[in-house]
Design a protein. Sequence first.
Length: 95
Amino acid sequence: QDIYTVPSQFKAEIESIVVSNKTGSTTTFTINWYSAKNSTDYALFYSTNIDPYASVQITWPLYLDAGDKVKGYAGANSAVTVSVKSAETYAPKQF
């Protein structure tokens, strides 16, 4: 599922991603970066376990271009909540 998409004519720096398991069971999550430039998903975390009622914060920066996305998947439906903190910069096309 798409979590965040960089708007047209913007660039974005993802400052942090917080993944929370809101259930009483261990589950898995996957976080992908989708590159609009080459229509490819890149796994940042793949089938990573997260304990019951636990949270994981990812704080290394990720720089995205217009149309790029952060996508998330969970091992169990509605088990995981993902929050993305980003800083967007207006970057119109140069002619």
